[in-house]
Design a protein around this ligand. Structure first.
Ligand code: ADP
Ligand code: F6P
Length: 322
C-alpha cells in the first residue's frame, strides 16, 4: 500500500480543478495515505515545490474556479532530462504515486513519468473537450454555461439593434464549445476548425435570415477556425447582408467562474476514482466519463487520438438555424 501520493493541476486552468483536488486529498486521507499538492505543475515538480495537504487545506474550495495549486507551462519537462529530474524529485519527497489533472499536454507529461516507472493516473481537465477517451473533461460544462450566458445577453442588444453578433470562443484546435454554444444558444451559423466553411455561404445564410424577417443573428466562431472572426466580419461588412455586424471575443472569460453542478460532480467522481485506482496499483491510465460510469483508457491512447466533434451535431446546427 502506498503511504504518500501527490496531485498537480497543469496546462490551462479549468473550473472544477478545485473540486478534483479536494476529492484527491480527502480520498487519500480516508485511506490513511499522506497527500501532497505540487504547486505550479511540472515547473513546481522540478523546483521541489511540494506541500503536505490535509482535509482542512481543501475546505471551502469546491465552489472556486481556477486551481488553488496554480498551474504553469514548462518546457524543461518536455525533455528526457527534465522528466528524469522530475522522477528524482518525487522520490526525494517520498511520493509513491501521482495524480495529474490537465489537458493533453499535461497527460503527455504523465505518460513520460509512467514510462520511467512512476505510478501515475491522469484526470482530463480542460474547457476545450478535446481529450480522447472521455465524453466530457472537467470544466467544459461550466465554460459552455458561460458562453450561453454571453449569447443570451448579446441577443438582447442584437435584437434591439437588428445586429448580427460574431462571437469568438476559446477551444484551441477543437470546435466543441463553438458547436454546442451555437446549437444551444440558437446561432445562425458556426465556424469550427474541423469542418470547412466558406465566407460566401455565411453571407448567403445571413442575408436569407434578414430577408425572411429575423430581428437579429448570431455566429459562433471557434478561435482555431478558418476563416477567423475578423475575416468573417470584414466579409460581411462589405456585402450588404442587411444586419449591422458586431464582434465580441470572449477570451479567457470562458475559463473562469464557479464550477457548475455537473463539473463539481464529474471532478469529484474522477478525483475519487483516480486515487482508488492509484492505490489499487493501476498506472498509465486516464479516468474518463464513459456513459454514466467513470472508466479508464490508457493515457497513451488519450494522447495519440483526436476527439472529434460529431458530424451529427454539425447537421443538427444547420437544420435548427433556419
Ligand atoms: P494542456 O495540458 O492544457 O494541453 P499544454 O499543452 O500547455 O496544456 O501542456 C501543459 C504542460 O505539460 C507543458 O507546459 C509541459 O510542461 C507538459 N508537457 C506538454 N507536452 C509534453 C510532452 N510531450 N512531454 C512531457 N511534458 C509535456
Ligand atoms: O486549453 C485551454 C485554453 O483556454 C484554450 O482554449 C486556449 O487556446 C488556450 O488554453 C489559451 O492558453 P493561454 O492560457 O496560454 O492563453
Amino acid at each position: 500500500m502506498m503511504r504518500r501520493i501527490a496531485v498537480m493541476t497543469s496546462g490551462g486552468d479549468a473550473p472544477g480543478m478545485n473540486p478534483a483536488i479536494r476529492a484527491v486529498i480527502r480520498t487519500a486521507t480516508s485511506h490513511g495515505v499522506e497527500a501532497f499538492g505540487i504547486r505550479q505543475a511540472y515547473a513546481g515538480l522540478l523546483a521541489g515545490d511540494f506541500e503536505r495537504m490535509t482535509n482542512r487545506d481543501v475546505s471551502g474550495i469546491i465552489e472556486r474556479g481556477g486551481t488553488i495549486l496554480q498551474t504553469a507551462r514548462n518546457l524543461d519537462f518536455k525533455t528526457e532530462q527534465g522528466q528524469k529530474r522530475g522522477f528524482r524529485r518525487l522520490n526525494e519527497h517520498g511520493i509513491e504515486g501521482l495524480v495529474v489533472i490537465g489537458g493533453d499536454g499535461s497527460l503527455r507529461g504523465a505518460q513520460a513519468l509512467h514510462n520511467l516507472g512512476f505510478p501515475v493516473i491522469g484526470v482530463p481537465g480542460s474547457i476545450d473537450n478535446d481529450i480522447w477517451g472521455t465524453n466530457m473533461s472537467i470544466g467544459v460544462d461550466t465554460a459552455l454555461n458561460t458562453i450561453l450566458d454571453a449569447i443570451d445577453k448579446l441577443r438582447d442588444t442584437a435584437s434591439s439593434h437588428e445586429c448580427c453578433f460574431l462571437l469568438e470562443v476559446m477551444g484551441r484546435n477543437c470546435g466543441y464549445l463553438a458547436t454546442m454554444g451555437g446549437i444551444l444558444g440558437g446561432a445562425e451559423f458556426i465556424v469550427i476548425p474541423e469542418y470547412p466553411t466558406k465566407l460566401e455561404d455565411i453571407g448567403e445564410a445571413l442575408e436569407a435570415a434578414y430577408m425572411k424577417g429575423k430581428s437579429h443573428a448570431m455566429g459562433l466562431i471557434a478561435e482555431g477556425a478558418t476563416p477567423k472572426v475578423h475575416e468573417v466580419a470584414e466579409y460581411l461588412g462589405s456585402h450588404a447582408i442587411g444586419f449591422e455586424v458586431r464582434v465580441t471575443v470572449l477570451g479567457h472569460v470562458v475559463r473562469g467562474g464557479s464550477p457548475s453542478a455537473f463539473d463539481r460532480l464529474l471532478a469529484t467522481r474522477m478525483g475519487v476514482s483516480a486515487v482508488e485506482r492509484l492505490l489499487a496499483g493501476e498506472s498509465g491510465v486516464m479516468v474518463g466519463l464513459h456513459g454514466r460510469e467513470i472508466g479508464t483508457v490508457p493515457i497513451e491512447d488519450a494522447i495519440s487520438k483526436q476527439r472529434e466533434v460529431s458530424k451529427e451535431y454539425i447537421d443538427m446546427a444547420e437544420v435548427l438555424s433556419k
